[in-house]
Write a protein that binds this ligand. Structure first.
Ligand code: THU
Length: 130
C-alpha cells in the first residue's frame, strides 16, 4: 500500500468517529509487516476519560488479532492543522515499533512524515523492564 493509500484509509475513518464532546474526528490506518491494515477512529465517552484515540483503537485491533509488527500509521483529521498523536498514543505505539513511520494527513491531503522515535525520543520500552 502506498503512503497515499494508507492516508486515504485513515481519512475514510473520519465519519466513523464518535466525538460528540470534542467534535474533533480523527481516523487512523495502521499497516503491519505482512501488509495487513487495521483502521481506527476516536471513540469518546460521556465520562470523558474513558475515551480512546484513533491510533490506540487501531493498535488494539491489530494486537488483538495477532499483529504486533507495526510498520506505518497514518493519522487523519478534518482540519487544516495536522493532528499529531498525543503522548499516550506515542508511548502505546513505541511498545511495539519504536522506529515505525508516522504519517499525518490533513483535510487537504497534505502529508507530513515522521518516525515514531522522532516524536518520542529516548522513549521507555520493553527493554527497560526486562
Ligand atoms: N485524538 C485522537 O484520536 N488522536 C490524536 O492524535 C489527537 C486527539 C482525539 C481524542 C479526542 O477524542 C479528540 O481527538 C480531541 O482531543
Amino acid at each position: 500500500m502506498t503512503d497515499r493509500e494508507l492516508c486515504q484509509a485513515a481519512l475514510d475513518m473520519l465519519p466513523r468517529s464518535y466525538c460528540p464532546y470534542s467534535h474533533y474526528p480523527v481516523g487512523a490506518a495502521l499497516e503491519c509487516a505482512d501488509g495487513s491494515v487495521f483502521t481506527g477512529c476516536n471513540v469518546e465517552n460521556a465520562a470523558y476519560s474513558p475515551g480512546i484515540c484513533a491510533e490506540r483503537t487501531a493498535a488494539v485491533k491489530a494486537v488483538s488479532e495477532g499483529h504486533r509488527d507495526f510498520v506505518r500509521i497514518a493519522i487523519a483529521c478534518a482540519q487544516t492543522v495536522h493532528a499529531a498523536p498525543c503522548g499516550l498514543c506515542r508511548q502505546f505505539l513505541y511498545e511495539f515499533a519504536p522506529h515505525m513511520e508516522v504519517l499525518l494527513v490533513n483535510k487537504d491531503f497534505d502529508i507530513r512524515r515522521y518516525t515514531l522515535d522522532q516524536l518520542l525520543p529516548v522513549g521507555f520500552g520493553p527493554d527497560n523492564v526486562s
